[in-house]
Design a binder for this molecule. Sequence first.
Ligand SMILES: [Zn+2]
Length: 66
Amino acid sequence: MKWLPLDPNKDWTSCSECGYSIGFHIGLKREGDRFVVLLHCPHCGARFATGWEFRAPEAKPEEPGS
Ligand SMILES: [Zn+2]
């Protein structure tokens, strides 16, 4: 599913695809050493790219049995 743009000149309080206005879910997609923040509409499933990103914590080796 493609990521839709958000208009930086408008509020990000409702989904531009379906009009849902109760709020978004947040998704974090890892890209290398960064996480990018996506907003997901819980009503129609549209995904929006926020342009926000932050440095990912250091990956830890998996423990045996986990
Ligand atoms: Zn929606």
